[in-house]
Ligand binder design. Structure first.
Ligand code: A3P
Length: 309
C-alpha cells in the first residue's frame, strides 16, 4: 500500500476514534454477554448498557425510536429529524444520523446524549427489560417499528457482512439457525417483539409496521406527527416524505454511512441501503428453511396477534 494511503487510513481511523471509539486493532467480530443478552461487543460495554438501563435521565418530551435491528431504525431516525425541523432538510443534510438520533446503549454516544437539547430524539435496540427504567415514570414517547422477521433476518445477514464488529456466518442456513435461537443479538427478534408488544394500548407508545410504511409513507408520517403532537402543514409533510425516501436516504452522505471507514463498515459488496423492500426473504429462503422458520414462528408467537403483508 502507498504511504499516503496508509496515512489516509490512519487519519480516517483517528477521526472516527472519537465518533465510535474504534480503531482497526480494537475491532472484533465478537459478542458481549449482558445478563444472557448478546450484543456486538465493540460498540457496547456492560457499563454502557447499565447507563442506558439504570442511569439515563428521561424527560417528558424525549422520543425513543425503538426497533429490533434491521426493522427500519435509520428510516425512523430520518423521519423524526425531519418532523422536528418542520420539514427543513438542513439537519439531515448537515449532521450524521447517529448524532441527531443517537443510540443510548452504545458506549461512544454517552457524551453526545448528555449534550443534546430537548426535545431529544433517541434510538435504541434494547429489549423492554433493559429499556431505561426512568421511562416508566415519565411521559416520554416510544415509536416501535416491526418488520417481517424473515426480511429482518435477510437484512441482518447482509448487515453482518458489512459491519466488521458483528459476528457473521457466511452460510445462510447457519445464519438463520442462529436467528431463530436465543443467541441472536438483543435477545433475538421473538423476545424483543413480544416484550415490547406487552405495552400495546399504552398512550405513549406507537407501533408501526415497516411494510405499512412502505405502502403508504405519507399516511404513516401524518400518524407519527399526530402521536407526537406535531402540527406540520402539507408542504412540510411532503418534505418529510421526500427527504426520507429510500432514494433520498441512500444518496444522503449524512445518513448512508459512506463516511464510516471500511474497517468498520465495508459497503464494497453490499450497500447499507440494500433494497428497502418487503418480501426479499423469498429470494433467500429455500422451501425447507421457510418451513423451519414458520414452525419456530408459530411456536414462539402463538399468543401474539401479528400479521405481515
Ligand atoms: P434491506 O437490507 O432489506 O434493504 P435499520 O435501519 O433498522 O438498520 O434497517 C435497515 C433496513 O431498512 C435495510 O433493509 C434498508 O434498506 C431499509 N431502509 C432504510 N431506509 C429506508 C427507507 N427510507 N425506505 C425503505 N427501507 C429503508
Amino acid at each position: 500500500m502507498c504511504p499516503w494511503m496508509i496515512w489516509g487510513s490512519k487519519i480516517e481511523a483517528l477521526q472516527f476514534r472519537n465518533q465510535f471509539r474504534m480503531l482497526p486493532e480494537s475491532l472484533a467480530r465478537s459478542s458481549l454477554d449482558f445478563q444472557g443478552m448478546k450484543l456486538p461487543g465493540t460498540v457496547h460495554t456492560a457499563e454502557s448498557i447499565n447507563y442506558a438501563w439504570k442511569e439515563l435521565k428521561v424527560f417528558d418530551d424525549d422520543v425513543f425510536n425503538v426497533t429490533y435491528p434491521k426493522s427500519g431504525t435509520t428510516w425512523i431516525q430520518e423521519i423524526l429529524s425531519l418532523i422536528y425541523s418542520n420539514g427543513d432538510p438542513t439537519p439531515v443534510k448537515t449532521e450524521f444520523s447517529w448524532d441527531r438520533v443517537p443510540w443510548i446503549e452504545q458506549h461512544a454516544h454517552k457524551a453526545k446524549i448528555e449534550s443534546l437539547t430537548s426535545p431529544r430524539l433517541l434510538t435504541t435496540h434494547l429489549p423492554l427489560k433493559f429499556f431505561p427504567q426512568n421511562f416508566h415514570k415519565s411521559k416520554a414517547k416510544v415509536i416501535y417499528t416491526i418488520r417481517n422477521p424473515k426480511d429482518v433476518c435477510v437484512s441482518l445477514y447482509y448487515f453482518c457482512k458489512i459491519a466488521q464488529f458483528m459476528e457473521f456466518r457466511e452460510d445462510f442456513q447457519e445464519f438463520v439457525a442462529r436467528f431463530l435461537s436465543k443467541d441472536e443479538v438483543y435477545s433475538g427478534w421473538f423476545e424483543h417483539v413480544k416484550g415490547w408488544l406487552t405495552l400495546k394500548g399504552q398512550p405513549n407508545i406507537l407501533f408501526l409496521s415497516y411494510e405499512a410504511m412502505l405502502k403508504n409513507p405519507r399516511e404513516n408520517i401524518v400518524n407519527i406527527c399526530k402521536f407526537l403532537g406535531k402540527d406540520l402543514d402539507d408542504a412540510a409533510i411532503d418534505s418529510v416524505v421526500t427527504n426520507s425516501s429510500f432514494k433520498a436516504m441512500k444518496e444522503n452522505g449524512k445518513s448512508n454511512y459512506s463516511a464510516v471507514p471500511k474497517f468498520i463498515f465495508n459497503q464494497d459488496e453490499v450497500s447499507f441501503y440494500r433494497k428497502g423492500i418487503a418480501g426479499d426473504h423469498k429470494n433467500h429462503f429455500t422451501p425447507a428453511l421457510d418451513e423451519e422458520f414458520d414452525k419456530t414462528y408459530h411456536e414462539l408467537m402463538k399468543d401474539v396477534d401479528l400479521t405481515f403483508t
